[in-house]
Design a protein around this ligand. Sequence first.
Ligand code: ZN
Ligand code: ZN
Length: 177
Amino acid sequence: MIISLNELNKRETGKIDLNFSQKIDNISYCDNTYKLASPISLIGKISKNAKDEVHLRADVDFTLIDNCSRCLEPVEVPMSYTIDGFLVSEDFDEDSFEDYDAFIIDTDEVDLVKIIEQTLDFNLPQKVLCDEDCKGLCPKCGANLNKETCSCSETASDEDDNIDPRFAKLKDLFKND
Ligand SMILES: [Zn+2]
Ligand SMILES: [Zn+2]
């Protein structure tokens, strides 16, 4: 998904139609890497306006894999949204793009996957759940309560309820030592 801005400059129409479908394994945002369960589809266009600014508008569709925030099992998360913003160089004038998304690019070759990565953060669902009724992990022993029952609830205290389920699993390991 590489677009050449030189190519855009050469075109009399001042625009390039985009229609990509690309299979890639992972997509990353900051420290988070997500596996993809589908190719990334991107349809839209890149165009120059009268002020010679480069505008990108594209609909993206793909499915990534995140973890259920309660039971930590992998969940397929369908992503479908529109990217609408300007491609700018690093020294861009922030004031003139105040009302728009601005994506900083440092070469004439624009990798659209990198731009999609920058848009992940504000398009990901707040909370990923495998099921609305997911019972989550037992905060004490880490058992996946969708798959098994444990006897902790009878003895659980308020304090133990606050333990992060990921750490509860570790705590369990040490206990067996
Ligand atoms: Zn779950
Ligand atoms: Zn338990």
